[in-house]
Write a protein that binds this ligand. Structure first.
Ligand code: HEM
Length: 512
């Protein structure tokens, strides 16, 4: 499916702004085929995959403790790269016993081997969205939703087309609703900073993201529905029931491991919350979205639960991690980068008659585009991807080819591919200009946050994120809104179960 959309939008309330702004948006969902392929190792030695899984039960639990508690995620992988002298090795991935029946995977931790996970002719993606376990379908209305389907399954293409329709249907509202929701967030952060000297970015960001998504994509204001302002907390709890086995909440390790990583939290405890969300989505989807579902041969209930998942899990969950991450990297980049961003954003918008449009961002904001890609490169919000080898094959790292057997599960920890020093100079550093110019363009194919190279797009036949263009757009809009309003800002950073926890300690309003 190729769908291109382009339209004008309305002027949002501008009392808070220094610039008069009306907005337009144009964006596209492309249908280019994936070009990544299984490249058999040519001049490289062909090796057996190093590493072992240890004793049943004991090995996976040892690895789980190392992953969560004794080493931590990054060191867990780094220490094994050193031990095996290889970026490809065997390891158990959490959760393991008693949740996943088989935690054994082959880790791919470099930019050369990772892209095999995008090749749907080489790997099967069925039921691997959350890794080596699958949350109960009673958390998703009894359906296996799109994220868990392999493209070879008959419902994958119609459901993905339905999501393309959802995104395209909401296109007129994206820019004004984004501005409205985030203006409200920034106002409340400012009052908190004025009152208490600091403001927690997370809760307000959650509310702004959910309000924006519901109003832009579904045309419904949660505040005027039975949900009120409860959406974000209902979703966060529901997500915990699905991702708990992969998270740490900061509880004492033995207790946390027993409750969160060894048993599934009973879905019944979250059923009433989920039903409140489902009611909202049932009403919101009625009309064009369910008519499109009819055309695609998708039942109304299956459509509703898929749209709920795409908006609440994929979109809200993604933005809940991505935006604090963006603020963190931008905050750390410091005043000089802030000044350059403010200048770029404001002059491009002014030159366009005060209007923010996709064209203005595309053509007049190279630094905005670059910082967004750089944040997505350094900290891809969904860092782990899995795929089951469809056949015997050789997967190539920079140094060797590795024999993989049909049925083995391949696992990529994406930050190690997108911080690969053999691809990126000063790979661990945030370089604001990294993706500017010809050399920057060349590097885009190594930005993989969407489960595919940034130079390619989602199609009904692949597993690349259906919301790829949307996510890049809202991230750019976030930076635009931030620097239309502020000259600079300061932050403190902590960690949270999902991504970073950011506290704003100063917000300097625009002076030019
Ligand atoms: C920051 C935001 C987001 C991030 C980081 C993100 C990331 C990803 C990743 C990594 C995958 C592949 C997972 C895998 O198969 O291993 C994926 C798939 C998917 N994403 Fe996103 N996503 C985001 C937002 C969205 C949005 C806004 C939508 C809206 C519709 C969306 C819909 C989907 C769907 C439906 C899939 C499954 C695609 C398929 O089965 O072909 N995502 N996303």
């Amino acid at each position: 499916m190729a769908s291109t959309f382009s339209t004008l939008t309305t002027t949002p309330s501008l009392q808070h702004r220094r610039l008069p702004i009306s907005r337009s948006i144009c964006c596209s969902i492309s249908e280019r085929p994936l070009t990544s392929s299984v490249t058999p190792a040519k001049d490289l030695p062909i090796l057996k995959v190093p590493g072992e899984y240890g004793l049943p039960f004991v090995g996976p639990i040892k690895d789980r403790f190392a992953f969560f508690y004794t080493e931590g995620r990054d060191e867990f992988f780094r220490s094994r790269i050193r031990r095996h002298n290889s970026t490809v090795f065997r390891v158990n991935m959490p959760p393991g016993p008693l949740i996943s029946s088989d935690p054994r995977v082959i880790a791919l931790l470099d930019a050369a081997s990772f892209p095999i996970l995008f090749d749907t002719s080489a790997v099967d993606k069925r039921d691997l969205f959350t890794g080596t376990y699958t949350p109960s379908t009673s958390l998703t209305g009894g359906f296996r939703v799109l994220s868990y389907l392999d493209p070879s399954e008959p419902l994958h293409a119609p459901l993905k087309k339905l999501l393309f329709f959802l995104l395209s249907n909401g296109r007129r509202s994206i820019i004004p609703e984004f501005s409205r929701a985030f203006a409200s967030l920034f106002s409340s952060l400012e009052s908190d900073v004025a009152r208490a000297g600091k403001a927690d970015f997370g809760p307000g960001n959650d509310q702004a993201c959910f309000d924006f998504l519901a109003r832009a994509l579904l045309g419904r204001d949660p505040a005027k529905s039975g949900l009120g302002s409860d959406g974000p907390s209902l979703i966060t709890k529901w997500v915990l029931f699905q991702l708990g086995p992969l998270l740490t909440l900061g509880l004492p390790s033995l207790l946390e491991d027993a409750f969160l990583h060894s048993f599934r939290l009973p879905p019944a405890l979250v059923r009433a919350d989920y039903e409140r969300l489902a009611d909202f989505f049932r009403q919101a989807a009625a009309g064009p979205i369910l008519e499109e579902a009819d055309r695609l041969g998708v039942s109304h209930e299956e459509a509703v639960h898929n749209i709920l998942f795409a908006v609440c899990f994929n979109s809200f969950g993604g933005m809940k991690i991505l935006f604090p991450g963006l603020v963190k990297w931008l905050g750390r980049a410091g005043g000089l980068v802030h000044a350059r961003l403010a200048k770029e954003v404001r002059s491009a918008v002014r030159a366009n008659g005060g209007e923010v449009s996709l064209r203005v961002i595309e053509e007049g904001m190279p630094l905005v585009k670059s910082v967004v890609y750089e944040a997505l490169r350094l900290e891809p919000p969904v860092p782990m991807q899995y795929g089951r080898a469809k056949r015997d094959m050789v997967v190539r790292s920079h140094d060797a080819g590795f024999e993989i057997r049909a049925g083995e599960v391949l696992f990529g920890y994406q930050p190690f591919a997108t911080r690969d020093p053999r691809v990126f100079d000063r790979a661990e550093e945030f370089l604001a200009d990294r993706f500017i110019g010809e050399e920057g363009e060349r590097l885009l194919k190594y930005v993989l946050w969407s489960n595919g190279p940034e130079t390619e797009g989602p199609t009904p036949e692949n597993k690349q994120c259906a919301g790829k263009d949307f996510v890049v757009l809202v991230s750019r809009l976030f930076v635009v809104e931030l620097f239309l309003r502020y000259d600079s800002f300061e932050i403190e950073v902590g960690s949270s179960p999902l991504g970073s926890s950011v506290t704003m300690t100063s917000l300097k309003r625009a002076t030019f």
